[in-house]
Ligand binder design. Structure first.
Ligand SMILES: *Cc1c(COP(=O)(O)O)cnc(C)c1O
Length: 367
């Protein structure tokens, strides 16, 4: 059905008005997260007749979409998040981009959207990073890449749309949390849930985030950085944060992380940490962990550390937990040694500083 384009058929249209170099370098002095954007975007169209077509890298700019576009009414939208790093040798590398491509298609299936061939997804990333190579910060920063797809068909009936746009934009970023390596404060939401069995919790769709914002707002009102969600059926089991998975470090050296099972987003950072920890002979139990257990273990000292993980923040120690009935501290309240060590190990693989036993790092040739 679909006459698919191949990555070599991307049309490259350089931005005629890129940001002047002095302005860009000035902006690099104070990088936040997701506020500054590069000069280009990659765009590919899909419709039922042509399949994937008209792949290009062009000046970043607004889309013109019909007010009846399906995404604006029924939220058919999915996304990914990944980073390009500049290594000490000046190479540009991606971390497990094939996993982002695979997960994107899992999300697409769940939202009744067309899957995109992996080489097209990766081709869009490569072409965009090449066009915007000067937007990759040196040192601690990275170029955050945001692939996404949304339904553009002008149609108010309820069924999967017949037209979509796939796009990748890029944003040079510094640390996700303003406090740097400081441990974060977590608000446990006891009223709102993120994902129910049979729902869209394992898909990276915008709708999940829309539903989480009120809980995140509650977290901020209570002086916290992020919200943690409990399961929807019993409001008992710790699932994950708004946009990050969670691990617990016990006093016997073992770790616990909630199991995947449809209501938790299968994080690539989570999966990578499981491998790295197990490579070192550490025990990580993927098992349900209740909020009651979390409170008891923090109080008794059985729980030494907890951390959140995801592409944006990589690994962030959790120092304090608040909820309607009170609050408790984890360990010393600071980022602990196990958290610090595993973070450093992962970051140094991602940045091409240490060897890569699993072959996770992919170099973009020709930059
Ligand atoms: C993206 C995301 C994560 C983390 O996934 P990574 O692949 O590690 O970046 C965790 N939870 C949610 C809800 C997410 O959207």
């Amino acid at each position: 059905m679909s006459a698919e384009v191949v990555p070599s058929e991307f049309t490259i249209k350089p931005n005629p008005n890129p940001m002047p170099e002095d302005e860009r370098l000035q902006a690099f002095q104070s990088l936040g997260f997701g506020t500054l954007f590069s000069d280009h975007m990659a765009v590919i169209h899909w419709n039922v007749v042509k399949g994937w077509h008209s792949a290009e890298v062009t000046a970043r700019g607004p889309f013109a979409i019909d007010p009846a576009a399906a995404v604006l009414h029924y939220a058919q939208e999915i996304f990914e998040g990944m980073k390009a790093y500049r290594t000490g040798e000046g190479k540009v590398v991606l971390f497990r981009p094939d996993e982002n491509a695979r997960r994107f298609n899992e999300s697409a299936k769940r939202m009744a959207m067309p899957e995109i061939p992996q080489e097209l997804f990766l081709g869009a990333i490569d072409h965009l990073v090449k066009a915007d190579a000067k937007w990759i910060p040196e040192g601690e920063g990275s170029l955050y890449l945001r692939p996404f797809m949304f339904a553009t068909e002008a149609f108010l009936g309820v069924r999967p749309a017949r037209d979509y746009i796939f796009c990748v934009i890029a944003s040079p970023v510094g640390p996700y949390f303003k406090g740097g390596a400081k441990a974060v404060k977590i608000w446990v939401s006891e009223n709102y849930t993120r994902a129910a069995p049979g729902g869209t919790g394992a898909a990276k769709c915008g709708g999940n985030y829309a539903a989480s914002l009120i809980a995140q707002q509650e977290a901020v009102e209570h002086g916290c950085d992020q919200v943690a969600f409990l399961d929807a059926a019993e409001h008992k089991w710790v699932e994950e944060l708004g946009g990050m998975n969670v691990f617990f470090v016990m006093d016997d050296g073992s770790l616990v992380t909630p199991p995947l099972g449809g209501t938790i987003l299968p994080g690539i950072t989570r999966n990578s940490l499981l491998s790295l920890l197990r490579d070192q002979g550490m025990t990580v139990n993927e098992r349900p962990y209740s909020f009651a257990e979390w409170q008891a273990d923090a109080k008794s000292g059985k729980l030494k550390e907890a951390f959140a993980c995801g592409t944006a923040a990589v690994v962030a120690g959790i120092g304090e937990v608040k909820f309607t009935q009170g609050n408790f501290q984890i360990g010393t309240g600071e980022t602990g040694p196990v958290t610090t060590k595993i973070r450093e190990q992962l970051v140094s693989i991602q940045r091409g500083k240490s060897n890569d036993p699993h072959g996770w790092v992919r170099t973009i040739d020709g930059i």
